[in-house]
Design a protein. Sequence first.
Length: 357
Amino acid sequence: MDRPVVHRSASAWKIVARTAHYGGMTDTHALLCARDPVVVEAVEVIAAAQQVELRHARDADESRQRWAGAALRLVATEVAARWTSVPPGRAFLVGADAAELARCSADLGLPVLPLPDGGGRLAEALAGVRSMGVPNGRLISLVGASGGLGVSTLAVGIAMTAPRGTAAAVVDLAPSSGGLDLLMGIESAEGARWSQLAAARGELGDLAAGLPSMGGVPVVTQDREGPRTPTPEAVTAVVGALRRQHALVVVDGPAPPLLAPDRTLLVVGADVRSVAAARMRVEAGAVAPSELVIRRGRGRSLPAAVVGRALGMPVVCTVDDDRAVPRLAELGLPPADGPARRFTRQVRALARELCGD
């Protein structure tokens, strides 16, 4: 008997993604694609404890029909083992067999939530479904192939040049970044830093009002006086709160898998060494990007198409060096200011594309 598979052309899945994105058909329930009664019972218990409606799909056809309408999808390994691809949407693998979870994750590119849920990650993911009736903003993660590529500057620039009427926020998750508040020129501004938010959990209220901000863009930044590394639970809670308040949230650094960013952009220099570093990061599993942002300038002159082919990923844009940007930083001014015309123009175009404009 042939094994059922989930397979659809890329263009067909794009139609599903457009329909399901940002409110669309999405409802406040979770979908469990599973046959194993042990897995079903375990997930049902956790969903009931979190007061989340859980719907079932037992085969590929039923999963396809119900996929786009769910706020969260959980795929058991005994079902995932029969699939060759998955449609777009926030989804995780669930199961008790660590080896099967790892194999299915490698095949389908989905993050895992092991059972039993000793760490509470599945419970936290299900708890987040309750707030998904309100459309969440787009979450963009920026990761550098190496240091010195201006990823933090780019993250701030995207948030500050978002299209008019688009509420945007930026989150500092880059290790040893020095703090995005310095980059934005608001290091003396009042507001909570990661040192005050590092132990946050669950659903938070109006977070943006208590954060430092510049030009209407709030920032969750590192604290240079007593820094604390935020837990994955804190990152999930903080970013989740910002997504409920903002149409665009830009993360400087890799976002935890539980957040399921809409797009992960790998920032790569247009030079051989940066391309090699990017390949090493991707092959090591340190980051799973969907697209590339190419940084060009002195010593970085490879054509964007060559970089894209070398890494096997599409190039979303190219951003050139702008000598005004470091001068603005020395003066304590944000990067997207008047003198940095080239940088601002290119980053504004990227922000429009990321917002779907």
